[in-house]
Write a protein that binds this ligand. Structure first.
Ligand SMILES: Nc1ncnc2c1ncn2[C@@H]1O[C@H](COP(=O)(O)OP(=O)(O)OP(=O)(O)O)[C@@H](O)[C@H]1O
Length: 982
């Protein structure tokens, strides 16, 4: 299977396997964890293919690969069959962005998808029909854009309801088509309009559902005329990644209800229909909850055949999304609809809210179904001629002039628009007075000027207009070379195709959307290398690092757009991408994972917020809706509560330091100057902190009170103090007014963090705060914690108007002397429970694995014994036969006996070891977790983990021993045979 470039770069591995109709998915973080789903059909297109001379992907000989042809044979033919019988049919492609929905439905190049194949086959079949039949094929292409719902206003298209007809699109004109060429043209036009709409949509993530509706009418003239009518709906759904609600639950602003509504509603409708199909009584099918389900009402229920294609990405980095696609499809399957799984590529994207837009209409296409055959033929001929001349002219222009070729995040919409740069100078921008009219976020009325003279083309940005060439922002006139990448405004991406004389054989398809973004990132100094590789001697970056890099380049254009919108709406906010190193929040410091965050700064007040990636994506969609309203002349002012640009002022996490606690395990003192590093690993300040072991009354211990072994402290009272003296060189406090800091840390099992009192506006704030902690009966775990963990000391930045953190000791358990109790068995609160259960679950899985291993070993052992026995008997007889000399034979027999003895010995040892293993196994199997005592539960999980690892070790050494013994015996036997050969 081919992974798409992004996945290849990310070193992705395939986590999908298919066997007949079942599809299994492996959890990449826990490979023993497999989930299997069964569907009506499953298609594998990840591997086992080659490209034929036309560029079509075909099987390389194995019968596991399914190409477009196979998918059409199984699904497309079925759809056509239904249509001929007069039934409605609907084919929906569901899956995350980049998983292959469009590949399955529309196709790329020679690999034509279901839509063109169904249309062509239908037209062909009509042409070969007998004369006593009449057919009518009418087609419409409907695109439902998410972020446009707010534009459903007078003049816009609407979904209406009719008693008989159900829901219908007001004003939708189905265009009669007489042959496949007409359909192809219509779809090309639709694609162009869709691309233009998307590029002017002011957001790189404009995603849409695309519905191709084919109305097929047959009139058969027998004794009387019989009419059959059916509707085929072919639906390329928008990327499903926002199904799991991109983390908006953590945001103050809920995801715009329309944003994700359609896919959720589609799922609800399908699942309600599923219940109906299984005989359950369903009171309500929520068709009217979304534009999409309204539109598809007749296609989903009633006399209709529905097929859902769930497109899967095989890549490990898409595991979560793919699993959710499989679950979505499983939910649909109960209704006995066929589901199939072309296994494809991943990607990512986001959606937003909805309007209905019709693209299939073109001027002059309004006509009545009663139009005469001749008139229609004449109109078709004229249209064809007109089209032909447009095509010829475009070809001529391409062969004569250099041009800009649009590149879109959705590959279906890339390479669709061409803007020719004719001789002389031509201006480019939003205004219709320009020779090249380009719309898009951040593009001004007159944005730049192209000059095409003496075989050279240059571009010059207008004052302060943003023009980027090959990743670098240009400020003056710059000469363009063939295949240069040009970005205008925020994110309107174009590939420059030079004059014919400059063109080369180079394959331009490598300059896709990701290429543009990676180039931009590189120009800003951001690359995979900078993020770091993991492991010694590896030249390939760790997949998690690559995944972060890809997140970064995916978010880059969104951040750019958010900045542009903020500027135009006068919000005064600046958005910046940051890579957060999670090692900073890991008390053992060895978690190398990173994640992307977005730093938001108010440019006037210098207030700062840090948003998670999910929160940013969520906000970005709400921003787009607001911006759209602004563009349409509405007042963009909203109240704070629903303003995506607004958040209450909050304390910001500025940096963290690790202070190792080991000294306390030996009753030693530690005076530390620890660097507080920000999420990018840069120093934000230095904290002076002292850790001191002390007596219960606070007397600091001297050197002679040190312990050699921390276990000496087991079950004894252990007291210590944490003294935060001061913070030096706090960058957060420099140069900005109204700022302060607090320091927070959390010790072992305390239910919450402790914070120092706020200190405002001092570059080197004195803190001088000490807290005394007591472990009244130090547990093994606590002593272990002291030896192996660091205290994470967080620096929090306070800003004017924000809430301060609670610096009291309220809510903590205190001793009579007022010291804070740690290592408190009762402190095992509900918050620890999920972690314990996660461990238990993991243990259960491990036990299951071991059980299987044990089973396999037993089988292997039996086989081994069996083959040794056979081998032995045969050779003994042959040996006697060969050795006429009785003495020799006796000698060989004695060798054999000695081998037998050795084998018996080896097996005996093995069985003895195995009985230890078995005992351990039984112990593991029968130990049950305590039900109510959480403290005991914790001890139990730890003991179990220990036992599992002992068990594993013992098992491994037992097997290894047997293997090496047997290998020795076999070697000896071979030597005897070699020796015994006449
Ligand atoms: N089965 C396949 N065999 C070969 N290439 C494929 C296959 N599936 C997808 N691809 C390639 O992967 C890329 C992404 O596929 P596609 O555009 O179909 O994704 P999508 O799910 O429609 O995404 P979007 O939601 O952005 O439209 C395309 O370049 C396509 O050619």
């Amino acid at each position: 299977m081919i992974l798409i470039q992004r996945e290849k770069d990310a070193g992705s591995r395939c986590v999908i396997s298919m066997d007949s109709n079942s599809t299994s998915i492996y959890d990449p973080r826990n490979p023993g964890h497999v989930k299997t789903f069964t569907f009506d059909l499953a298609y594998w297109s990840h591997s086992g293919f080659l490209k034929d001379e036309n560029g079509m992907l075909i099987s390389a000989g194995s019968n596991t690969y399914a190409g477009q042809r196979e998918v059409f044979r199984d699904l497309g033919q079925g759809v056509l069959q239904s249509a001929w019988q007069g039934y409605n049919a609907t084919l929906l492609a569901y899956g995350q962005t980049g998983s292959g929905k469009s590949y399955s439905m529309i196709g790329y190049g020679a690999n034509r998808g279901l839509v063109p194949s169904v249309c062509e086959e239908l037209c062909k079949a009509i042409q070969s029909q007998e004369k006593n039949k009449q057919y009518q094929v009418r087609l419409a292409q409907i695109v439902i854009y998410f972020q446009d719902l707010s534009r459903l206003k007078p003049g816009g298209l609407k979904i209406r309801e009719d008693q008989q007809q159900g829901f219908y699109v007001d004003g939708l004109k189905l265009v009669p088509c007489d042959n496949y060429a007409q359909i192809e043209r219509l779809m090309d036009q639709g694609n162009k309009m869709r691309t233009t709409a998307t590029t002017t949509m002011n957001a790189s993530s404009s995603r849409s559902h695309m519905v191709i509706t084919i109305q097929f009418k047959q009139v058969i003239f027998l004794d009387e005329a019989i009419t059959k009518q059916s509707v085929i709906n072919l639906v390329d759904l928008a990327g499903s990644e926002r199904q799991k609600s991109s983390g908006s639950e953590k945001d103050r602003l809920k995801e715009g209800t329309r944003v994700n509504l359609s896919l959720t509603t589609l799922g609800n409708v399908i699942s309600a229909l599923a219940e109906v199909a299984t005989g359950k009584k369903v009171l309500h099918i929520p068709y009217r909850d979304s534009v999409l389900t309204k539109l598809l009402q007749s296609a989903l229920g009633g006399n209709s055949r529905t097929i859902m294609i769930a497109a899967l990405s095989p890549a490990d980095i898409c595991y979560e999304e793919t699993l959710s696609t499989l679950r979505y499809a499983e939910r649909s399957l109960v209704s006995h609809q066929a589901c199939c799984f072309p296994c494809k590529h991943p990607g990512s994207s986001c959606l937003s809210s909805a309007e209905l837009r019709l693209l299939a209409e073109s001027e002059g296409r309004t006509r009545s179904a009663q139009m005469t055959w001749e008139a229609r033929l004449e109109e078709a001929r004229q249209e064809w001629e007109q089209q032909y001349s447009v095509m010829t002219q475009e070809r001529w222009m391409m062969e004569t002039f250099p041009y800009l070729l649009n590149i879109n995040e959705d590959p279906q919409l890339s390479w669709v628009l061409k803007h020719f740069i004719q001789d002389g100078t031509c201006d480019v921008g939003q205004s219709t007075s320009n020779a090249i009219i380009l719309r898009g976020l951040g593009i001004l009325d007159k944005h730049a000027t192209f000059t095409n003279a003496d075989g050279k083309v240059t571009i010059a940005p207008q004052d302060k207009c943003k023009v980027v060439v090959n990743g670098v922002t240009i400020t003056g006139e710059t000469e363009l070379q063939h295949s240069d990448r040009v970005i205008l405004g925020s994110n309107s991406t174009y590939l420059y195709v030079g004059p014919p004389a400059q063109r080369t054989e180079e394959d331009l398809s490598r300059y896709d959307y990701d290429f543009f973004q990676s180039e931009l990132a590189a120009a800003e100094g951001f690359s995979v290398d900078k993020l770091g590789t993991v492991g010694s001697g590896q030249d390939r970056a760790d997949p998690s690092v690559l995944a972060v890099f890809h997140d970064y380049i995916k978010l880059m254009p969104l951040v750019e757009e958010a900045n542009q919108m903020s500027q135009e709406l006068g919000k005064d906010l600046k958005f910046e991408l940051k890579v957060k190193n999670l090692a900073l929040s890991d008390s053992r410091g060895h978690d190398l994972q990173k994640e992307i965050t977005v730093k938001v700064t108010h440019e006037t007040t210098q207030q700062v917020w840090v948003w998670s990636k999910a929160k940013f994506i969520n906000r970005k969609f709400i921003m787009e809706e607001l911006y759209q309203r602004f563009l349409e002349g509405e007042d963009p002012a909203v109240n704070q509560d629903s303003d995506p640009f607004w958040d209450p002022v909050e304390a910001v996490h500025v940096g963290s330091a690790h202070v190792w606690l080991q000294a306390l395990a030996y009753r030693m003192r530690l005076e530390e100057r620890a660097e507080l590093l920000n999420s990018e690993g840069l120093e934000e300040a230095v904290v002076l902190i002292n850790l001191s072991s002390c007596s219960s009354d606070g007397r600091l211990f001297g050197e002679d009170e040190m312990v050699i072994d921390p276990l000496e402290l087991l079950e004894r009272r252990v007291d210590f103090q944490i003294h935060i003296a001061e913070c030096l060189g706090v960058k957060w406090l420099r140069g900005a007014v109204g700022r302060g800091i607090q320091i927070g840390y959390r010790v072992y099992d305390l239910p919450r963090c402790l914070y120092t009192k706020p200190v405002w506006e001092s570059a080197n704030p004195k803190i001088e705060e000490t807290v005394h902690f007591s472990a009244l009966n130090a547990s093994y775990d606590f002593l272990n914690y002291l030896q192996k963990n660091a205290l994470i000391v967080d620096l929090w930045g306070l800003q004017e108007g924000c809430m301060e953190m609670d610096s009291s000791l309220d809510g903590l358990l205190l001793t009579a002397e007022g010291t804070v109790v740690v290592d408190n068995p009762k402190a095992l609160t509900a918050s620890n429970v999920p972690e314990l259960y996660r461990k238990l679950l993991q243990m259960e899985q491990e036990t299951e694995l071991l059980r299987e291993l044990n089973r396999a070993l037993r089988e292997e052992n039996a086989l081994l014994k069996d083959s040794l026995k056979k081998w032995d008997t045969g050779h003994h007889e042959r040996l006697i036969y060969h050795f006429i000399n009785k003495k020799d034979a006796e000698e060989m027999c004695s060798h054999r006996t000695s081998c037998d003895a050795e084998l018996a010995k080896a097996l005996k040892t093995f069985y003895q070891n195995m009985s230890v293993v078995r005992e351990q196994f039984l112990q593991l199997k029968h130990s049950r977790p305590p039900e109510d005592n959480l403290q005991v539960l914790r001890l139990f999980t730890e003991r179990q983990s220990q036992m599992i690892s002992d068990f594993g070790r013992q098992l491994e050494s037992t097997v290894d021993k047997l293997k090496s013994d047997v290998a020795l015996i076999v070697k000896k036997k071979r030597e005897y045979i070699a020796y015994s050969k006449p």
